[in-house]
Design a protein around this ligand. Sequence first.
Ligand code: NAG
Ligand code: NAG
Ligand code: NAG
Ligand code: NAG
Ligand code: NAG
Length: 497
Amino acid sequence: MKPKNQARGRTKDAEGDMRRALLVTSFLLLFSLSNGFATSRMLHRKAQHGNYLTSEELWFNQTLDHFSPFDHRQFRQRYYEFLDDFRAPDGPIFLKICGESSCNGIANDYISVLAKKFGAAVVSLEHRYYGKSSPFKSHTTENLKYLSSKQALFDLAAFRQYYQESLNMKLNKLNVENPWFVFGISYSGALSAWFRLKFPHLTCGSLASSAVVLAVYNFTEFDQQIGESAGAECKAALQETTQLVEQRLTTNGKALKSLFGAAELKIDSDFLYFLADAAVIAFQYGNPDKLCSPLVQAKKAGEDLVEAYATYVKEYYLESFGVSVQTYNQQHLKDTAVSEESSDRLWWFQVCTEVAYFQVAPSNDSIRSSKVDTRYHLDLCKNVFGQGVYPDVDATNIYYGGTKIAGSKIVFTNGSQDPWRHASKQTSSPDMPSYIISCHNCGHGTDMRGCPQAPLSLEGDAQNCSSPDAVHKVRQQMIENIDLWLSQCQATGRSYM
Ligand SMILES: *[C@@H]1O[C@H](CO)[C@@H](O)[C@H](O)[C@H]1NC(C)=O
Ligand SMILES: *[C@@H]1O[C@H](CO)[C@@H](O)[C@H](O)[C@H]1NC(C)=O
Ligand SMILES: *[C@@H]1O[C@H](CO)[C@@H](O)[C@H](O)[C@H]1NC(C)=O
Ligand SMILES: *[C@@H]1O[C@H](CO)[C@@H](O)[C@H](O)[C@H]1NC(C)=O
Ligand SMILES: CC(=O)N[C@H]1CO[C@H](CO)[C@@H](O)[C@@H]1O
């Protein structure tokens, strides 16, 4: 039985989604990245064909507040299903978790290779509030009170039950369960690990790719990793650029902001944060040379570093990568209208309440301006959401365990150049193997997305990673773990209810 209320989805750009998601990410993380991307022309130059396995929207009635015994309100939550490779009736079901951005389909990354290999169905649920899955007509702070990872995990559990039941009806089978496996990258990677932790009876295992499972208040390792990923020469050029920018900001800030196409950023620290993020993205998404080559060259030629950086920011970050400057504008973040650009505000709300990951400048040797500090982030939270909104990272880490997560059957992966990896699980433990993929352009979610990640590599093709072998080796481990855990799940002959 197909759920009702199907509507045809607009075909959108999977790369744009990715960008939207993670950036935000960078401001979160992540990726799968951030905003303004409704207009992300960039990646559109490339043929869009094949970027999604499906973008046909389906709808599910979801409970608004899973933790109230009195409130029975519901909202419509969007999801997708891809059954081309499904080995009916008892093949596995891969739940690919969508994170902090509009989820416009099931992106054609490495999941499609895995689905073929395992004869799996792939389903994907949009995260509450993002994209078309908002319970409210406006995103006032009051209305955001049901936006949390805890509610989102419960959404996934409820959806998983619903989908299994409707599949059983469709296939005319009773009380039998397919083996499920959850996947996610970045914040959704954390959700993937947490889902297995909190609902172990609902999934055979989890892939937690570049999963930011540790809520961090002052995330200084983030900037430090950028320095390491950049290497000595590029790092020095980036630091010199920051110094020059800080000087010019005091003498002629207006002209400086215009040079970067960012005149709308009235708050200096918003501008400095924007400039920091623009550099981050090169390492996070596997294009380090796009930033470092011109900058190091300019330095050697005695050219103006600020000019060289502005060219990178405009041509690569804004134009090609497709980020919109307003992502960094607190005025925009205060906008409570519901639209695709809401992701910025929504992710900041999660940052300001649950996970922080404040990307503050380390006290020594930082790349970013020291003005991007703890106070900047706290002021932003207060300005955008009101007094009293701050991230209780301790509560979050008590709830999930941080890097001491007491889960099982979770694969953690991280990319060597990815600044986010310091919020991921660092070491292997019994039943929770952790792998690092090391190469010059291995970044966020490289195991699932290959490199570089902008433009998108179809099926997560790893041929353009500086060491495709490093990626292949980790993928082989992933496949072995998925295979083992699925078979253990089937062996126990789970039957339903
Ligand atoms: C969701 O709820 C609406 C309103 O109650 C109802 O019309 C619709 O059939 C429900 N959809 C599904 C898939 O159950
Ligand atoms: C974060 O950094 C700020 C500024 O350096 C400091 O005041 C605060 O104590 C730090 N907080 C934590 C939890 O490390
Ligand atoms: C500051 O960073 C520099 C360069 O990495 C290093 O040589 C120096 O020891 C650091 N100083 C402190 C106080 O950590
Ligand atoms: C790898 O890089 C080459 C040269 O830039 C490009 O033509 C090709 O499309 C890239 N392949 C993938 C899978 O991204
Ligand atoms: C920074 C980080 O998370 N690194 C870890 C990635 O995974 C490998 C394999 O477990 C660890 O050795 C690294 O410490």
